[in-house]
Design a binder for this molecule. Structure first.
Ligand SMILES: Cc1cc2nc3c(=O)[nH]c(=O)nc-3n(C[C@H](O)[C@H](O)[C@H](O)COP(=O)(O)OP(=O)(O)OC[C@H]3O[C@@H](n4cnc5c(N)ncnc54)[C@H](O)[C@@H]3O)c2cc1C
Ligand SMILES: *[C@@H]1O[C@H](CO)[C@@H](O)[C@H](O)[C@H]1NC(C)=O
Ligand SMILES: *[C@@H]1O[C@H](CO)[C@@H](O)[C@H](O)[C@H]1NC(C)=O
Length: 432
C-alpha cells in the first residue's frame, strides 16, 4: 500500500529550497536527483576524480534505480550472478549459495563502478541538474538564513549545503571541526579489474571455468583471509578482491599499486586456483581499510550544512553497502526537505539525521559481522553458516517510502523534546 504522505506529496512542485551539493559521487548525484524529483533547486560542485572498481548496490537501492526508470540501462552493464560458490583454502566446496534475481521485490546491481557512475551522472544531466566540474570547494559557512561555500574563489549560497565529498572529506574538518584520523582496521584489500581474455584466463586450465559459463562468482575462505572473484559481461571482464591482515602504518599512503608477489604470499599453500586467478591481473590496487571514530553528528552547529555518504560514515567493503547507504542518505534528505518546507530547513535536517543515524550504524556493524564470519570461520562450518547474509531490514528497506512514513512522528519528537545528538547503539563504541 502506498503511504498517504507519499500519495499527497509525490508530485514534484517547487519547494523554493535551494540546495548546493559538494561532490558528484554516488551520494551527491543521488541526492541531487531525488532533490529535483521533490521540487528543490540543485547545484552540484565537483572536483572530479574517479576510482574504477566494482560497485555494488543492494536491493534497498536497486528499488530506487528501478523507480527512476534506470533498470534497462544499468542491468546490461552489471554482472548477472545467480550463485556464489565458496571454497575453503584447500579448494573444497563449503557451499553453493543460490541467488534469486529478485529479493524483497527489487534487483541488486553489481558492476563496474565507472560505468554505473556514468549512468547516474548522465541521468542527473537529463533531469536538468547543473553539475559544475573542476570546482574545488575550500570553505563552508552559514548564518541564520543561509549557508554558503567558496568554490574556486566564488561564494555560492543556498538554503542548505550538502557535503558529499567522500571518505577524505574536507567538509568533515571544516564544518564539524574533526581532524581526519584514520585508524588501521588491521585489514587491507587488494583489488583488480581486467579483461579476462586479454590476460589468458580462458586459456589456463585452472582458470578457464570462470569464462566458460557466462558470469560466475567464486570465493575462498582461509584464516583471516577471504578472496572473491567474479566475471561480468558473459565472462569477459574479471575482477577479484582479497582481504587480508595488514598492520602496516596507514598514516601516509592509504591506496597505492599493489605488488603481485605480496598478493600471492597471502594465498601460499592454498588451492592453486587462487594463485592462478590472482596472477592473471596485469596490476592491482592495495587498499588499506581504515576505521574512523563515529561522528557524533552529521550536521553543522547552525543546522544548514550536512554531511552525507562516505564523508559522514565510511563503510567496510564486506558490508557491500557503502554506496547504497550513501544513496539512502540523499533520498531521505530530499523527502525531509520536501515535507518540512523552506521555512523549516533546520528542522528537516535534524529529523533526517534522526531517521538515518541508527540504521547507518547497524549497516556498518553488519560489514564487520560478515568479515568475522568468514575470517574466523570454524573449520567444520559449512552451508548456511558461511553464506552471505541478506537481511530484510537491510535489503528490503525502501528509504523513500520509509521517510514518508516516519517523517511526521520523528519531526514531532524533535520539536517536542528538543534536538538531541543521536545515541550510539550498544556495541558501537568501537571506532569506525
Ligand atoms: C576502492 C573502493 C572500492 C569500493 N567498493 C565498493 C563496493 O564494491 N560496494 C560498495 O557498496 N561500496 C564500495 N565502496 C565504497 C563506496 O564506493 C562508497 O561508499 C561510495 O562511493 C561513497 O560515495 P560518496 O558519494 O559518499 O563518495 P565518493 O564516491 O568518494 O564521492 C565524493 C566526490 O566528491 C568530490 N570531492 C571531494 N572533495 C571535493 C571538493 N573539495 N570540492 C568538490 N568536490 C570534491 C570527489 O571528487 C568525488 O567525486 C568502495 C570504495 C572504494 C574506495
Ligand atoms: C543480490 O541479490 C540476491 C537476491 O536477488 C541476494 O540473494 C544476494 O545476497 C544479493 N547479493 C549481495 C551481495 O547482497
Ligand atoms: C546571512 O548572510 C547573507 C550574506 O552573507 C546576508 O545577506 C544575510 O542578511 C545574513 N542573514 C543573517 C540573518 O544574518
Amino acid at each position: 500500500m502506498v503511504h498517504p504522505n507519499y500519495a499527497k506529496v509525490a508530485e514534484p512542485k517547487s519547494s523554493g529550497i535551494k540546495v548546493v551539493i559538494v561532490g558528484a559521487g554516488f551520494a551527491g548525484l543521488a541526492c541531487a536527483i531525488e532533490c529535483v524529483r521533490k521540487g528543490h533547486e540543485v547545484l552540484v560542485l565537483e572536483k572530479f576524480r574517479e576510482i574504477k572498481s566494482l560497485g555494488h548496490f543492494g536491493s534497498n537501492v536497486g528499488r530506487i534505480f528501478e523507480r527512476w526508470g534506470l533498470h534497462d540501462e544499468i542491468w546490461p552493464v552489471c554482472n548477472h550472478l545467480s550463485q556464489l560458490t565458496l571454497h575453503d583454502a584447500n579448494g573444497d566446496i563449503l557451499t553453493v549459495q543460490h541467488f534469486e534475481e529478485l529479493r524483497y521485490g527489487a534487483h541488486n546491481y553489481s558492476g563496474h563502478r565507472g560505468a554505473l557512475h556514468e549512468i547516474l551522472f548522465n541521468f542527473a544531466r537529463t533531469l536538468g541538474i547543473e553539475i559544475r566540474l573542476s570546482q574545488d570547494v575550500t570553505e563552508y559557512d552559514e548564518n541564520e538564513s543561509e549557508a554558503w561555500v567558496v568554490s574556486n574563489g566564488e561564494k555560492i549560497s543556498a538554503d542548505l549545503v550538502v557535503g558529499a565529498d567522500g571518505v577524505r572529506s574536507k567538509a568533515r574538518t571544516l564544518v564539524l571541526g574533526y581532524d581526519d584520523k584514520p585508524k588501521s582496521s588491521g585489514y587491507a584489500v587488494y583489488r583488480a579489474w581486467f579483461d579476462a581474455y586479454e590476460q589468458g584466463v580462458d586459456k589456463d586450465p585452472l582458470t578457464k571455468f570462470m569464462t566458460e559459463n557466462g558470469d560466475c562468482f567464486h570465493g575462498w575462505i582461509g584464516p583471516d583471509v577471504h578472496m572473491l572473484t567474479s566475471t561480468a559481461r558473459g565472462g569477459r571482464l574479471m575482477s577479484w578482491v582479497i582481504t587480508h591482515k595488514d598492520e602496516a602504518d596507514i598514516e601516509e599512503s592509504w591506496s597505492f599499486p599493489g605488488k603481485m608477489e605480496d598478493v600471492l604470499k597471502v594465498v601460499e599453500g592454498y588451492d592453486p586456483t587462487c594463485r592462478a586467478i590472482l596472477s592473471k591481473a596485469p596490476s592491482c590496487v592495495d587498499w588499506k581499510i581504515v576505521y574512523r571514530d563515529p561522528l557524533p553528528t552529521w550536521i553543522s552547529k547552525g543546522g544548514r550544512i550536512v554531511l552525507i555518504g562516505d564523508a559522514a560514515h565510511p563503510f567496510l567493503p564486506t558490508s557491500a553497502q557503502g554506496a547504497s547507504q550513501a544513496i539512502e542518505d540523499g533520498i531521505t534528505l530530499a523527502v525531509a526537505l520536501q515535507l518540512a518546507g523552506k521555512e523549516n530547513v533546520r528542522l528537516a535536517v535534524q529529523t533526517w539525521e534522526k531517521i538515518r543515524y541508527q540504521r547507518v550504524r547497524k549497516a556498518q556493524l553488519f560489514g564487520e559481522q560478515v568479515r568475522d564470519m568468514w575470517h574466523k570461520k570454524k573449520p567444520e562450518a559449512r552451508g548456511e553458516e558461511v553464506e552471505m547474509p541478506s537481511p530484510e531490514w537491510l535489503l528490503g528497506h525502501d528509504s523513500e517510502k520509509h521517510a514518508y512514513e516516519v517523517y511526521e512522528t520523528t519531526e514531532k519528537e524533535v520539536r517536542e523534546n528538543g534536538y538531541k545528538l543521536p545515541e550510539l547503539p550498544a556495541g558501537f563504541e568501537r571506532g569506525w
